[in-house]
Design a protein. Structure first.
Length: 293
């Protein structure tokens, strides 16, 4: 039922826009009573967040592919890029309504929703950076940010041309084109015909910003854990241990060189409480997407 409501809302948001669609229309389209809809979602905003969460997670998961183990020649690394792009664009173009909604709905006047979306998109962009870093190798490490920005722009712009303008471009042709374009860009950097513009101070500033961003996200997750333990029945001794672990983590992540062994150890302690495990897993996922914490 929940999935049916999400799909109906997505269809309407893509056709009419988020602001022009009301809850009753979503309920009618899904074939459910308005009360039933509210039993799954507190508001229309809650439905929007669920849509973004589901589809951006699908895109992120399509990028979550480990490269082949061992040293690989550039051609082999390019084959990995080609495969990842194919899987990513397959998911992106398969969910045409979601792309239409994103392209149409640029004016979301809710700070919490925007922060949620930015966090999800930020995780995807970090995956692009990691992919480009692998493909370029150590020799081309200086241009990772530039190439990641170019790759992201190519994907977004050509997806727009296909979805909104109806360009007749096949998935395979698009993947081949983007892959070949990235190869040409890499060669330009390698032969010093192109100079990076996103490096040195920008990279340091970006790393600091990303580190602060992830620390704040982790703190929010820890606050959520605090909220949960205040609303569930736990033996006083266990509650005391969880609170102590949270304090230690908060102290550690604000240090200039936080000790991940301490943080992860404390998180595993918290995760032993089954009601808190899903929040702990979310924090471990943050560590996996960030190299700066």
């Amino acid at each position: 039922m929940k999935e049916k409501i999400i799909k109906s809302a997505l269809k309407l948001f893509a056709e009419k826009g988020y602001h022009a669609t009301n809850v009753q229309e979503i309920a009618n389209h899904a074939g459910v009573a308005k009360g039933t809809l509210y039993s799954h979602f507190a508001s229309k905003t809650g439905i929007l967040v669920a849509i973004y969460g589901y589809y951006l997670d699908c895109l992120h998961d399509s990028l979550d592919q480990s490269p082949p183990s061992g040293p690989k020649l550039f051609d082999k690394r390019i084959k990995h890029l080609h495969k990842v792009l194919h899987d990513y664009l397959s998911v992106a173009l398969e969910h045409e309504d979601f792309l239409r909604m994103q392209m149409k709905e640029q004016n979301i006047n809710d700070q919490h929703v925007m922060e949620f979306i930015q966090e999800k998109r930020g995780n995807i962009y970090l995956k692009f950076q990691q992919l480009i870093q692998y493909v370029g190798g150590e020799k081309l490490n200086h241009c990772v940010l530039d190439v990641a920005v170019i790759l992201n722009s190519l994907i977004e712009e050509y997806s727009t041309v296909i979805i909104l303008d109806g360009a007749d471009i096949s998935l395979n042709d698009l993947v081949d084109f983007i892959t070949q374009t990235i190869i040409c860009i890499f060669k330009g950097f390698e032969n010093n015909k192109i100079s990076p513009v996103l490096y040195d101070n920008y990279m340091k500033k970006k790393q600091i910003e990303e580190s602060i961003f992830y620390i704040n996200v982790i703190k929010e997750k820890l606050n959520s854990i605090n909220h949960i333990i205040h609303n569930i029945c736990l033996p006083s001794e266990i509650k005391k241990e969880v609170n102590s672990s949270i304090r230690l983590i908060n102290d550690e992540i604000t240090k200039s060189n936080p000790d991940l062994i301490i943080i992860k150890g404390m998180l595993r302690n918290i995760g032993q409480v089954k009601e808190l495990k899903f929040k702990v897993d979310e924090i471990f996922n943050i560590f996996e997407t960030s190299t700066d914490i």
